[in-house]
Design a protein around this ligand. Structure first.
Ligand code: SF4
Length: 237
């Protein structure tokens, strides 16, 4: 099923067109409910839909198990599983969720059912085709990831003030890259929050906190709290 809603110019009623895609399916690694560990939504119960496949290979990736395999599911099957988990907050993640075009009708369906939808993406794919109501949590890859420079610069114009930009930082070189990127592209004015997150087990959070305070950056320090609640190697949490 797909949903498209619009308001007639000059009118007060919105019109909703609903159609069925009987054969549309996507490849899904896992769907689960957990505590959101990242972004400004950290701490909230959230349903995660982890799509299979990624075109990048970040050195510190903690979801490499989502690169291959997965299960083919129709959009209706995904939606039904999300309904059963019963969370109002839903995050599309991966892998890289924007590699599967079915994410567009699926997120429209979720929005039409009243879910608050987040999309977490590497920043390498164009985010501007997502519905405006979706909160984009967009990475900018630093050099320490091994995928630095893979950013889609058209995304700067596609961001809006409810979105979030995230830098995962492995060392001081990454930190300086992130700091300079923010200044060069006026990122503070483009998004709701900028998040600096230390690579888990590689960069002590205290060191990153000291750099942020030293330079007076208006960024949010983000720790992946699910890794403190559960075993950091555990999947599906
Ligand atoms: S973009 Fe995300 S899923 Fe892909 S390799 Fe990097 S961290 Fe892993």
């Amino acid at each position: 099923m797909g949903v498209f809603a619009f308001t007639i110019p000059g009118g007060r009623k919105s019109v909703k067109i609903i159609w069925w895609y009987p054969f549309n399916s996507m490849v899904v690694t896992e769907i689960f409910k957990s505590i959101q560990g990242e972004s400004t939504f950290a701490g909230l119960p959230c349903t995660f839909v982890r799509l299979t496949g990624c075109n990048l290979r970040c050195h510190w990736c903690d979801t490499a198990y989502a690169f291959h395999g997965g299960r083919k599911m129709t959009l209706e099957e995904v939606l039904e599983q999300v309904r059963q988990l019963g969370c109002q907050l839903v995050e599309m993640t991966g892998g890289e969720p924007l590699l599967q075009k079915e994410i567009y009708p699926l997120t429209e369906m979720l929005l039409a059912e009243g879910y608050r939808v987040l999309v977490e993406t590497s920043g390498e794919r164009f985010i501007g085709d997502l519905a405006p109501a979706i909160v984009k949590i967009m990475d900018v890859k630093c050099p320490g990831s091994g995928e630095g420079g893979k950013f889609c610069f058209d995304n700067l114009e596609a961001l809006d003030r409810k979105d979030q930009a995230k830098f995962v930082i492995r060392d001081e070189e990454d930190y300086r890259y992130a700091r300079d990127f923010i200044a060069e592209h006026n990122l503070t004015q483009r998004v709701d929050e900028i998040i600096f997150s230390p690579v888990f087990g590689k960069l002590p959070p205290q060191r990153l906190a000291e750099w942020i305070l030293r330079d007076g950056l208006e960024v949010r320090m983000g720790l992946q709290i699910h890794k403190f609640i559960w075993d950091p190697e555990m999947h599906g949490v």
